[in-house]
Design a protein around this ligand. Structure first.
Ligand code: ATP
Length: 867
């Protein structure tokens, strides 16, 4: 039935056999079984077979196939078999790695999947959105993501943004009335649709459709297969291998021509070209990069930073500015009332006296104009609010008795733009509007003041005294709430929040998180500018910012209003100096992000509210709060902090840097090894010597023995120095000049010993020389795995500090020993038996480049330490 909007709410409820008390858990379980989970079937995923076949659609693989065919014509059938076996094995590995990476992304997705508040068995509970069934009653509040289509049963000023469905970006008012006649989707004001965002108000909604039956589900089923998104690093590597393939073909042609010119047979000349092609192609590279990236995101998830977008892992390493909320992220969000300013004096909470009229009114305002509660000693709702309830409890009042006898008539909820909330109650038969919020939002709305001697008009002098008191509290880092009221029966709305009587100030403490100070120091050391962005008062924010080290000598604090008064040039001039933005609106956040981005920075911005979503999207890394964040903010973010903690962002940045560094080192390892093989083949071809490697030798190294250290390098733990370096320049790719120089240098060093081994083997025949060259190259590259773990020498790193790399070395040596010492494998791998002396040469020669590289590293360690 698609015409729920034409039915009354009662009819719809009857149809689903449910009341506003919700389904029973048994009913819900039954329906879930019958209708299936509330999820959108993703665009058709590639089948495993398609992924497998896709592995062959690669220029580099095609070159290998050509090499296999050439080997066949040269009579080297074994090589052909091995090359094909290797190509198929590589495709299987690639497929397995693709499936694994997808699984790991799916598990990350489920960590960040939205939740929904439903009424089941008469109780409001929070469940995974995928378990919502048709007939469920869901509770929608500002900041929620609508997770299914539904008919609104009770409406409390609900406004939603349906742009994901209708493309219309303005918010739409909803109601619970019945609509007659055919109405287009966008005008069905009594319905909500999956994928919309609740921007204001509340509502009870009867779920009518879930999963693929929802309106967004119909659209999703029309969409084509979801395109795989590649990260910038993967894209640049793809580009690199494309260019590499072309260079390889050109050089192969040159080598082939050169060999022919030297008078070699066509087959021999072709074998040179084949060896070169196989040597140059880094077969395992892209698998290794993907695996290291996936392992990095898993590690971050364990440390409470859930990455929603793989791109974020790379950008994290470049973050140079972190804008963070104060409350709950830098502070503990554990509020305790410290002082109360009322009747012109600053008192402690136990001095509140319910017999005094102004005190009584303040307590009413604190307890009634408040949406939180404390159940079994646990605060539910906003910590600022349940601190107020704790205060009333501390003087022996039971807020539940007051709340049960006095029902709320109307309300204007808190929002971070107005920075206040109001509600209407009948107190002793008289309608009252109670309000609380930021002093700067409320003071100018007050026309009178409650004093010991009763209410009188407020004077400028009164305001000055109140402001001075507010400043005194704020300077101590206290968070101040202002309370006011009026006796009035007018309809409560944003327009009528005026003509109040000032009651008093309540100052509470929200201590910084213990780990904040160290995390801020780490950020500064890492060349990252930490910035506090808060809705709180400037002086309070500055006091806390000083305590945790964000605000240092010469730094500025700026309010949202002051920011609005600056034009872009003025802002750019002082931007670096501002470390605290107070009383900001969500729009201010976007401007701050843009200003830093204009100066070429990679900016991370935290947010929790529904209005924060645009700033989170604008930032390079939008960070949402896992505990206090709205679903809307989580939807917009690229990373979710499961513990809402600033220190977790810094950990994630360190991890991001480490993942990037490890990937870079793995790539250096693989490419410098390949370079050694290329130089050897080029050298022997120029010197008119026999071919130094059979294709099977190079494939054995590239795919088997080299993959092991490359993965071990990917597992390298973060180094201490990681956070003492400046952020990476996002415009610099991996293949920098330094990188290329290292790749050539280290490759050349290994090539020298391989060529020496080749010459040593030559007197015993070309085939023995090739075995010597192959064994030396394999072993030298296994040793080289230790060199590429870090810029530092192995002595300062410690050989055993990455056991994976030791394991990779041992396993690699075992594989090599298998090939060299098991005669049955000799013909398959084209190796000859050798004597003990030759093995000694191989071991010594293979070790030599590592000795040279480690000596250079040790010297540069020393130089770095002293400089
Ligand atoms: P953050 O640092 O995360 O931005 P914040 O709590 O300081 O958090 P907001 O929640 O936007 O920022 O609050 C801004 C101001 O609004 C507070 O300084 C306070 O004066 C007022 N305020 C906060 N919570 C409430 C509330 N529940 N009712 C009324 N006023 C509130």
């Amino acid at each position: 039935m698609a015409d729920w909007y034409q039915k009354t709410g009662e009819e719809a409820l009857r149809h689903f056999d449910v009341t506003t008390d919700g389904l029973s858990s048994e009913q819900a379980a039954e329906r879930l079984k019958k209708d299936g989970e509330n999820v959108l079937a993703e665009g058709k995923k590639k089948t495993v077979l398609q992924v497998f076949l896709g592995q062959f659609a690669d220029l580099l693989v095609l070159i290998l196939i050509a090499a296999a065919i050439v080997s066949m014509f040269s009579g080297n059938i074994e090589s052909t078999i091995v090359i094909f076996a290797v190509i198929i094995m590589n495709a299987i590995l690639g497929t397995a790695q693709h499936v694994k990476a997808e699984k790991s992304l799916d598990s990350l997705k489920s960590l960040s999947s939205p939740s929904a508040k439903v009424i089941r068995d008469g109780q409001k509970i929070e469940i995974d959105s995928k378990n919502v069934v048709a007939g469920d009653i869901i509770v929608l509040e500002a900041g929620d993501l609508v997770v299914a289509d539904g008919r609104i049963i009770r409406n409390y000023s609900l406004q939603v943004n349906e742009s994901s469905l209708t493309g219309e970006s303005t918010n739409v008012d909803k109601n619970d009335e019945t609509i007659s006649g055919e109405t287009p989707l966008a005008d069905r004001a009594n319905m909500v649709f999956s994928g919309s965002l609740v921007t204001y108000g509340r509502a009870l909604v009867l779920v009518t459709e879930t999963g693929m039956n929802t309106e967004i589900g119909h659209i999703a089923s029309l969409m084509n297969a979801a395109k795989e998104k590649k990260t910038p690093l993967q894209q640049s590597l793809d580009k690199f291998s494309g260019r590499l393939a072309i260079i390889i073909m050109v050089i192969c042609a040159v080598v082939f021509g050169l060999s022919l010119w030297q008078g070699k047979t066509i087959i021999d000349s072709l074998m040179f070209a084949v060896a070169l092609a196989v040597a140059a192609i880094p077969e395992a590279l892209s698998s290794i990069v993907t695996i290291v990236q996936a392992m990095g995101t898993q590690k971050m998830a364990k440390e409470n930073a859930v990455i929603k977008d793989l791109k974020a892992v790379e950008s994290l390493g470049c973050v140079s500015v972190i804008c963070s909320d104060k409350t709950g992220t830098l502070t503990q969000n554990k509020m305790t009332v410290q002082r109360i300013y009322i009747n012109g004096e600053s008192i402690r909470e136990e001095e509140l006296d319910i017999r005094l009229e102004s005190h009584r009114r303040l307590i009413y305002d604190m307890v009634l104009n408040n949406d939180s509660s404390i159940v079994d000693g646990k605060g539910i709702g906003d910590p600022t609010e349940y601190a107020l309830i704790e205060t009333s409890r501390s003087i022996g009042l039971d807020e539940n008795i007051i709340r049960d006898t006095l029902g709320r008539v109307e309300e204007v909820p808190f929002d971070s733009d107005r920075k206040m909330m109001s509600s209407k109650y009948r107190l002793h038969g008289v309608p009252h509007i109670l309000t609380k919020g930021a002093l700067d939002s409320i003071l100018d709305r007050c026309v009178s003041i409650a004093t010991k001697d009763g209410v009188r008009p407020i004077t400028d002098e009164d305001k000055k005294i109140i402001l001075a008191q507010n400043n005194r509290y704020s300077e101590e880092g206290l968070r101040v709430l202002t309370f006011a009221y009026k006796e009035s029966d007018e309809a409560l709305s944003v327009e009528t929040e005026y003509n109040y009587t000032f009651l008093g100030l309540v100052a509470m403490i929200d201590p910084p998180r213990e780990e904040s100070k160290a995390a801020v120091a780490d950020a500064i050391r890492a060349g990252i500018k930490p910035i506090m962005i808060t809705g709180d008062h400037k002086i309070t924010a500055s006091a806390i910012a000083k305590q945790i080290g964000i605000m240092r000598d010469g730094d500025m604090a700026v309010t949202g209003m002051e920011l609005d008064a600056m034009n872009d040039e003025e802002l750019d001039r002082v931007l670096e100096k501002i470390s605290v933005y107070a009383r900001v609106s969500p729009e201010n956040k976007i401007r701050i992000v843009e200003a830093w981005q204009r100066k070429g920075n990679i900016v991370s911005m935290t947010g929790d509210g529904v209005n924060d979503a645009p700033a989170l999207k604008k930032a390079d890394i939008g960070v949402a709060m896992g505990i206090t964040g709205t679903e809307v903010s989580k939807d917009a973010a690229s990373m979710i902090l499961q513990d809402d903690n600033f220190a977790t962002i810094i950990k994630a940045v360190a991890n991001g840097r480490n993942v990037y560094r490890n990937i870079r080192n793995s790539i250096l390892f693989l490419l410098s090894g390949n370079m050694a093989a290329i130089i050897t083949v080029l050298f022997t071809s120029i010197m008119a010597l026999p071919v130094p490697f059979e294709p099977v030798h190079l494939l054995f190294i590239n795919l088997l023995t080299d993959s092991l250290p490359a993965l071990a390098i990917g597992m390298e733990k973060p180094e201490d120095g990681l956070l003492s370096q400046k952020p990476r320049d996002p415009n610099k790719g991996i293949l920098t000049k330094d990188f290329t120089a290292l790749m050539f240098g280290q490759g050349a060093l290994i090539a020298v010993v391989v060529v020496v081994a080749f010459y040593l083997g030559l007197p015993y025949g070309a085939s023995t020389a090739a075995t010597m060259a192959f064994a030396t190259l394999t072993l030298a590259r296994l040793f080289h795995g230790f060199n590429c773990r870090s810029k530092r020498s192995i002595f300062s790193l410690g050989l055993l500090s990455n056991l994976y790399s030791v394991g990779a070395f041992v396993l690699g040596c075992l594989l090599l020993a298998l090939v060299l010492f098991v005669p049955a494998l000799h013909s398959l791998f084209c190796v000859e038996a050798m004597d003990g002396m030759m093995y000694a040469y191989i071991a010594l020669l293979a070790f030599a480049p590592t000795v040279v590289i480690q000596i250079i590293k040790a010297i540069s360690d020393k130089v770095n330490k002293t400089s």
